[in-house]
Design a protein around this ligand. Structure first.
Ligand SMILES: [Zn+2]
Ligand SMILES: [Zn+2]
Length: 320
C-alpha cells in the first residue's frame, strides 16, 4: 500500500478554512498570520452580519416588551463588561468567588466582545502602551475609525497575549469561555427566539414573537452595546476634559460616562486604573460603581479598591 501524496491546500483555501473554524473555535489559530494588521474579511463576516441583521426591525415590527428586553439586556451586559471584563478581570479592582466570576464572565461573553481573557489581555496592553505606536487602538496614532472598530478585525487584534493574563488563564472555565466565544451569544439568541415564540402563544396581547424578540433583544441590543463600549477606545481618547496630566490622551466625558455606565471618566481611570470607582466625586455619575456597591452589600463581591485621597489631589475640577 502506498501513501497518498500529501499536497498542501492552496494557501487561500487553507486561510478560508482556518477563518471558518475560528468562527466557532478560537483555538483553531494560524500562528503564521498572527502579526498581520490586514483586516481578515472572511473571519469578520459574522460581525458584519450582526449589523445587517438589525435591518430586520423593518420586517418584525416592535412591541413594548421587545424594547424592554433589548434595554434590559443592554444594561445587564454593559454592567458585566464594565464591572467585570474591565474593572475586575482587567484591573482586579475587587475580589469575588469563583462562581460569581464565572457567571459574569458568561454574561459578558453574550455581548459578542469575545471572552474575558482576550478582552483583559488587550486592555492591559492598552494601559501599558496607551496612545503610543504599540497601542492597538489609539485614535492618536491611528484614525478614530480604526480605534473604534478596525483593530480587532485583524489577525493581530484577534490574537490573545497569554503572558498578559497568566493570573486569569489558570481557570479552565474562563479558558473554555474564551475558546468557544461565539457559541455563548448564539445560545442567548436561541433563548430569545424561544422566549418570543412562547410569549406569542401564552400572551398574544403583548404583540411579540420569536423573530421580533431575536432582532430587538439580540441584534439591536448587542450592536448598540458594542458601539457604546468601544466609544471608550475611540472618543474617550479624543473628546472631553483632562483633569490629570496622564501620559496618554484620555479624557473625562459625561455623555460617554452616561452611555457606558461610568467608563467615560476615562482620564480619571488612566490616572488610577486600580480603583473600582471611575467617577472620583459624587457628581461624576458612575452606574457601574453603584451596581458594584450593591453586589458588595449582597455579599457577592468584596474588597472594592477605593481611590486614594492623595491620588485625587493635583487634578483640575475637583474640590479644593
Ligand atoms: Zn484608555
Ligand atoms: Zn482600564
Amino acid at each position: 500500500m502506498t501513501d497518498l501524496p500529501t499536497s498542501p491546500l492552496p494557501s487561500r483555501r487553507r486561510r478560508a478554512l482556518v477563518a471558518l473554524r475560528r468562527w466557532f473555535d478560537t483555538a483553531s489559530s494560524d500562528p503564521a498570520a498572527e502579526l498581520s494588521d490586514e483586516i481578515d474579511w472572511l473571519r469578520v463576516l459574522p460581525f458584519l452580519a450582526l449589523h445587517l441583521a438589525c435591518l430586520g426591525v423593518f420586517w418584525v415590527g416592535v412591541s413594548p416588551v421587545a424594547l424592554a428586553v433589548a434595554a434590559g439586556l443592554y444594561a445587564l451586559r454593559m454592567f458585566a463588561i464594565t464591572g467585570f471584563y474591565h474593572r475586575y478581570f482587567s484591573h482586579k479592582a475587587f475580589r469575588t468567588s469563583r462562581p460569581v466570576q464565572f457567571l459574569f464572565a458568561l454574561i459578558g461573553a453574550t455581548s459578542v466582545q469575545r471572552g474575558p481573557l482576550w478582552w483583559a489581555a488587550h486592555h492591559r496592553n492598552h494601559h501599558r502602551h496607551s496612545d503610543t505606536e504599540a497601542d492597538l487602538h489609539s485614535p492618536v496614532t491611528r484614525s478614530l475609525g480604526w480605534a473604534h472598530m478596525g483593530w480587532f478585525l485583524t489577525p493581530r487584534g484577534f490574537a490573545t497575549d497569554w503572558d498578559a493574563i497568566r493570573d486569569l488563564a489558570r481557570y479552565p472555565e474562563l479558558r473554555w469561555i474564551d475558546r468557544f466565544d461565539t457559541l455563548i451569544p448564539i445560545g442567548l439568541a436561541v433563548g430569545l427566539y424561544a422566549l418570543g415564540a412562547w410569549l406569542e402563544r401564552s400572551h398574544p396581547e403583548l404583540g411579540t414573537d420569536g423573530p421580533q424578540m431575536l432582532v430587538w433583544g439580540f441584534f439591536v441590543s448587542t450592536v448598540v452595546l458594542f458601539h457604546a463600549t468601544v466609544t471608550i477606545n475611540s472618543l474617550a481618547h479624543r473628546y472631553g476634559s483632562r483633569r490629570f496630566p496622564t501620559r496618554d490622551n484620555s479624557r473625562n466625558n459625561l455623555w460617554l460616562a452616561l452611555l457606558t455606565f461610568g467608563e467615560g471618566w476615562h482620564n480619571n481611570h488612566h490616572h488610577y486604573p486600580g480603583s473600582a470607582r471611575q467617577g472620583f466625586y459624587w457628581w461624576e455619575v458612575d452606574l457601574t460603581y453603584y451596581g458594584l456597591r450593591l453586589l458588595a452589600m449582597l455579599g457577592l463581591i468584596r474588597d472594592l479598591k477605593p481611590v486614594p485621597a492623595n491620588l485625587r489631589r493635583g487634578g483640575r475640577g475637583g474640590p479644593p
